[in-house]
Design a protein around this ligand. Structure first.
Ligand code: SAM
Length: 230
């Protein structure tokens, strides 16, 4: 992967960036995504934020090497602290982290989100936490994608401001992903059910303490919920 040729996962994230957007890519080691977006003429201004020095320096080197230092501001900062008001950022991308970390980044600097109209989030795990956050914070899911790359399955959520309602199954699985029912989706959740069934079998052999009993019920409910969708 490089700034000219993104991974399938990041290329999909890029495909949701509106033309002319001002983007902040948070957790931008190598800054491949903002470099690609500028080089493709999709955007002309971006911020690349990184909290760790090594990846921050890689991002800076990459931006300089591509001759994009006037268009991409690389900043060493924790999450949305990388964004300044004068940047006029309207689109935020956060990719390659767990759902809970993505939500903690979004929650830490709510003032930055005021001017933002689109969030493109790619959690590696626990996308559910993002859907719960979106529901509670007045963001609606415009689109969702699930894809497989190098034997891993990734989800991408595109949020815009608005109200939505989601069932328990839709919070866990994604309403768009349920409707699409792609091969990657079926594969992910079939594996997940098999995993829950294995744990359940082990728990059935254990002494039935109240904790074990509660865990069993939780797993049975999950298996029923997801199994009902597949
Ligand atoms: N976004 C790239 C991608 O999807 O390929 C890089 C993903 S990498 C696995 C996650 C990056 O996020 C790391 O470089 C890490 O240092 C950075 N990161 C984690 N927490 C962060 C935070 N609070 N603020 C900024 N960057 C963060």
């Amino acid at each position: 992967m490089n700034a000219q040729k993104l991974s399938k996962r990041l290329a999909k994230v890029a495909s949701f960036v509106p033309t002319g957007a001002v983007v902040a890519d948070i957790g931008s080691d190598h800054a491949y995504l903002p470099c690609y977006l500028v080089q493709q003429g999709i955007i002309s201004q971006a911020v690349a934020g990184e909290v760790v020095k090594g990846p921050y320096e890689s991002a800076r080197r990459q931006v300089r090497a591509e001759g994009l230092a006037n268009q991409i501001q690389v900043r060493l900062a924790d999450g949305l602290a990388a964004v300044e008001q004068e940047d006029h950022v309207d689109t935020i991308t956060i990719a390659g982290m767990g759902g809970p970390l993505i939500v903690s980044i979004l929650e830490k600097h709510p003032e930055v989100l005021r001017s933002v109209t689109r969030l493109i989030l790619q959690p590696n795990i626990h996308a559910k936490v993002i859907r719960q956050w979106a529901l509670a914070q007045g963001w609606a899911i415009l689109d969702e994608v699930i894809l497989e790359e190098d034997d891993k399955i990734y989800e991408i959520l595109v949020l815009q401001r608005g109200a939505m309602s989601l069932t328990d199954a839709e919070i866990l699985l994604g309403s768009h992903l349920i409707a699409q029912r792609s091969a990657a989706f079926v594969q992910k959740w079939t594996k997940e059910i098999e995993n829950w069934q294995r744990i359940l079998q082990d728990l059935n052999k254990a002494e039935a303490t109240p904790d074990i009993q509660a865990k069993r019920e939780e797993l049975q409910q999950l298996i029923q919920l997801v199994g009902g969708v597949l």
